[in-house]
Write a protein that binds this ligand. Structure first.
Ligand code: GDP
Length: 365
C-alpha cells in the first residue's frame, strides 16, 4: 500500500499515482548560448558595418578596467580612428530637472526624422558615488530609445571623472566609425564634468530654466562662458513670459563677457522640450555655428586642441595609475603619509622620496 489514504477503509480523498520520478534536469531548458568572442578585426568589421550589438560590446571593453580588455579596446579604437571624426559633437548640460532627457528625446527625434543617426552618451560624475547613473538611462528617453538609428549609452561608472571622460571620448570614436553622424554628450550641470564635456564637443548647449527672477545667480560663470548656446526650457503655457524675461537677462549678461575664442557670439533661445516648440530653431543655430567655425578655421583648430588635450590627459592618467599601483610605492605610501602628518618631513620631501622610489623601482626592472 503506497499511501494510508488509499486504503479501502479510508474515507477521505484518494491520492493519485502521479509521476514518481521528476527529472532532476529541466528538459525544456535550452543550452546556454555562448557569447561569441570576437577578434579585434572582427570587432572593427562589425562596427564599420554599423552592427549595434558589436558596437555595444566594444564599448563595454572600452569601459572595462581589466588590462586585457583595455588592450583589445585600444586596438579597436586605433583601427576605427581613420573612420571617425565626421560627426557633429554636441555637449548638453543642465541641472537635474532642467529637462535634459525630455529635451534630448525631442531634439533627437527631430534629427532622426531628418535621416540622421544619433548617439547619446553621458558623463555622470554622480554615478561613481551613488553606484547608479542619473544620466543616459534608456528609459529616460522613451521615444528615442525605440529608434534603430539612435544609440543610447549610460555613463561609464567606474573610476575618476578623468577616467570616465576618457572612456566617453573613446566611445565617440567607435560611434562615429559605426556611422553615427551626430553625437550628444550629456552631463549634469553641477561641477567639473562640464569642462570634460567641453573638451570633446564642437558645440556646447546649456539648458536653463526661467522662474525665480534671479536665474543668473545659480550658475557658475565658467559654465556660462563655455556655452555656445543657452536654451531656456519649459517656455510653454504660463511660463512663456518668464522664459522670455530670463532670455533677455542672459543676453545682457553675455554682453559683459569677453568675446569668445571662436568669434561666435553665443545665442539665447527659448523652447519647450515637452511640447516640441522651438526645436528647429535650436538646430538651425547649431548649423549656423558649424558653418561659421568651419569657415573661420576655428572648427579644425578646436578639434586639434582637443586631440592634444586628450593626449596629455592620457599621459597623466597612465602615469598616475602606474605610480599608485607600483608595489614599492604602495608599500611606502602610508608610512610616508604618517611622517608628513607627524611633521617629521615636509610634504615636498615626502613627494620627492616617493617619486624617486618609483623611478628607481622601474629603472631596476
Ligand atoms: P532632467 O533631470 O534634466 O533630465 O529633466 P527631465 O527631462 O527629467 O525633466 C524634469 C521635469 O520637467 C519632468 O517632470 C518633465 O516632464 C518636465 N519638463 C521637461 N521639459 C519640459 C517642458 O518643455 N515643459 C514643461 N512644462 N515641463 C517640462
Amino acid at each position: 500500500m503506497e499511501h494510508p489514504e488509499n486504503d479501502d477503509q479510508y474515507k477521505g480523498l484518494k491520492v493519485n499515482k502521479g509521476i514518481s520520478d521528476v527529472p532532476t534536469v529541466n528538459p525544456y531548458i535550452k543550452k546556454r548560448v555562448q557569447r561569441k568572442v570576437y577578434t579585434p578585426s572582427e570587432f572593427v568589421d562589425g562596427i564599420l558595418k554599423g552592427n549595434i550589438t558589436i558596437l555595444s560590446q566594444a564599448v563595454t571593453l572600452v569601459e572595462s578596467s581589466k588590462h586585457e580588455h583595455q588592450q583589445i579596446a585600444q586596438e579597436i579604437i586605433e583601427k576605427c580612428l581613420p573612420f571617425a571624426g565626421k560627426s557633429v559633437r554636441i555637449g548638453i548640460t543642465g541641472v537635474p530637472g532642467a529637462g535634459k532627457s525630455t529635451s534630448i528625446d525631442s531634439f533627437g527625434m527631430h534629427l532622426i526624422n531628418q535621416g540622421r543617426k544619433l548617439a547619446v552618451l553621458a558623463i555622470d560624475p554622480s554615478s561613481e558615488r551613488s553606484k547608479g547613473s542619473i544620466l543616459g538611462d534608456k528609459t529616460r528617453m522613451e521615444t528615442l530609445s525605440r529608434e534603430k538609428n539612435a544609440f543610447i549609452r549610460p555613463s561609464p561608472s567606474a573610476g575618476s571623472l578623468g577616467g570616465v571622460a576618457r572612456k566617453t571620448r573613446e566611445t565617440i570614436v567607435l560611434c562615429e566609425a559605426a556611422g553615427f553622424d551626430t553625437v550628444f554628450v550629456e552631463t549634469v550641470g553641477v561641477g567639473q564634468s562640464e569642462t570634460a564635456v567641453h573638451s570633446m564637443v564642437d558645440f556646447f548647449l546649456l539648458i536653463q530654466l526661467a522662474g525665480t527672477g534671479d536665474e543668473l545667480q545659480g550658475i557658475k560663470r565658467g559654465i556660462m562662458e563655455m556655452a555656445d548656446g543657452i536654451i531656456i526650457n519649459k517656455a510653454d503655457g504660463d511660463n512663456i513670459d518668464k522664459a522670455n524675461l530670463a532670455a533677455a537677462q542672459f543676453r545682457n549678461a553675455l554682453h559683459l563677457f569677453p568675446p569668445s575664442e571662436s568669434g561666435w557670439f553665443p545665442k539665447v533661445l527659448t523652447y519647450s522640450g515637452y511640447y516640441n516648440l522651438g526645436i528647429k530653431e535650436i538646430w538651425d543655430m547649431v548649423g549656423e555655428y558649424m558653418e561659421f567655425t568651419k569657415k573661420n578655421g576655428y572648427f579644425n583648430y578646436k578639434r586639434n586642441e582637443q586631440a592634444k588635450y586628450w593626449m596629455y590627459e592620457s599621459i597623466n592618467d597612465t602615469l598616475r595609475d602606474k605610480f599608485y599601483h607600483n608595489p614599492a610605492v604602495e608599500g611606502m605610501l602610508e608610512q610616508t603619509e604618517k611622517q608628513v602628518l607627524n611633521n617629521e618631513i615636509s610634504s615636498f620631501v615626502a613627494a620627492k622620496r616617493m617619486i624617486d622610489l618609483f623611478l628607481d623601482n622601474i629603472a631596476a626592472k
